[in-house]
Ligand binder design. Structure first.
Ligand SMILES: C[S@@+](CC[C@H](N)C(=O)[O-])C[C@H]1O[C@@H](n2cnc3c(N)ncnc32)[C@H](O)[C@@H]1O
Length: 345
């Protein structure tokens, strides 16, 4: 197993780490966490696991092969650079760049620039016929300053969050205020352990964000919605991305016609901008959790969102699921979402 580290987003306290671990679990990689730092996770896993994280993650920013971790003093850093075998990662004639990133306020900007220069100089000294190229380097060394440490390594992948911004609800042909942000929808797909070719069911598909994000990681999708106008809008959004779902069905999620799925990822109505149709969110959630149970095998997962006041974890346990984890996402003063993950037992 290789020593890897991941820079994860700081936009939520628990979701980015949970998503990263869920991807490794879903793709069946063995891994062992060595250290959890502020926005950086150090772990041992197969190097190729980085590819899965790169292709799937919404909240990971950098995936790197660790070369050393130390106190961020010049002396310690230079000592470590002298100890490691740089020629194993940087060949003769190759160009490189050093990029140091700081998490929050763990270092001043001037420290970052100074470190980049000093580390670059040392790498030049310790390798043969290599050169610095800041615009198109063959290799990128990355260092993260966090929690009083520098975690330094070879950058394998940088994940750009821009595509999620480009797929945000307001940019889609059909918009509804109840739509879930694309990044959160992707994260839920990951938390549910959805895998390539799995059939993913969203029984409250709305504008289709979950279906779209699940398709982007290679899943087959099935959407239900009780409102024709939402289903028509969902179809329009899917077509915009050239997505053909396995089915889009006008159906009450509590009495659906589905017989099988690999996982369920959903965001039921909250009764605010989206009607609960003479019921309550809690009752709908309970009935749907109950109605999809028979579709799943032991160990299959459901990832579901609801207002925190519903106490999703309790509802799911009452229905008979194993509660795996819950995360809380602040939306505005009167709405914090609970994202709960359940497993069929
Ligand atoms: C919160 S929205 C889903 C948002 C969706 N995740 C998205 O990103 O667009 C809830 C959806 O559930 C639908 N709905 C409400 N009650 C339903 C029911 N009993 N069965 C199926 N769909 C229902 C609504 O029409 C709405 O589209």
């Amino acid at each position: 197993m290789a020593k890897l580290f991941f820079l994860i987003s700081g936009e939520n306290k628990t979701l980015p780490l949970a998503e990263l671990l869920a991807i490794l679990e879903a793709e069946k990689y063995e891994f062992c966490i060595t250290e959890k730092l502020d926005q950086v996770i150090r772990l041992k896993a197969e190097k190729k696991s980085i590819n899965s994280v790169y292709l799937r993650s919404a909240y990971t920013r950098v995936c790197a092969l660790e070369l050393f971790t130390c106190e961020p003093t010049e002396e310690k850093i230079i000592n470590n650079l002298n100890k490691i075998n740089l020629t194993s990662v940087l060949n003769e004639q190759e160009s490189f760049a050093v990029r140091i990133k700081r998490v929050r306020n763990y270092a001043k900007k001037s420290v970052v620039m100074d470190l980049e220069k000093k580390i670059g100089k040392k790498i030049l000294q310790n390798t043969k016929k290599t050169r610095v190229n800041l615009s198109m380097p063959d290799k990128i060394f990355v260092g993260i300053l966090t929690s009083g440490k520098l975690i330094f390594g070879l950058n394998i992948a940088t994940i750009c969050p821009k595509p999620f911004g480009e797929r945000r609800p307001r940019k889609k042909p059909f918009f509804h205020p109840s739509a879930m942000p694309s990044k959160l929808a992707r994260c839920m797909v990951n938390l549910a352990h959805a895998k390539r070719n799995d059939l993913v069911l969203d029984p409250f598909c709305g504008t289709g964000n979950t279906l779209i994000e699940a398709t982007f990681i290679g899943c087959r999708t099935l959407g239900l919605d009780a409102q024709r106008k939402m289903l028509e809008g969902c179809k329009q959004n899917l077509e915009h991305f050239n997505i053909t779902p396995e089915g889009l069905i006008l159906s009450d999620a509590r009495k659906h016609p589905i017989i099988k799925t690999n996982c369920v990822i959903t965001d039921p109505p909250y009764g605010r901008c989206c009607s609960t149709m003479n019921s309550t969110t809690k009752k709908i959630v309970k009935m749907v959790l109950f109605s999809v149970m028979s579709l799943l095998k032991k160990g299959d997962r459901i990832c579901i969102a609801s207002p925190k006041s519903i106490h999703l974890s309790q509802v799911g346990k009452t229905v008979g699921y194993k509660h795996i984890e819950s995360h809380f996402v602040y939306v505005h003063r009167s709405l914090t979402r609970e994202i709960a993950v359940f497993e069929k037992q």
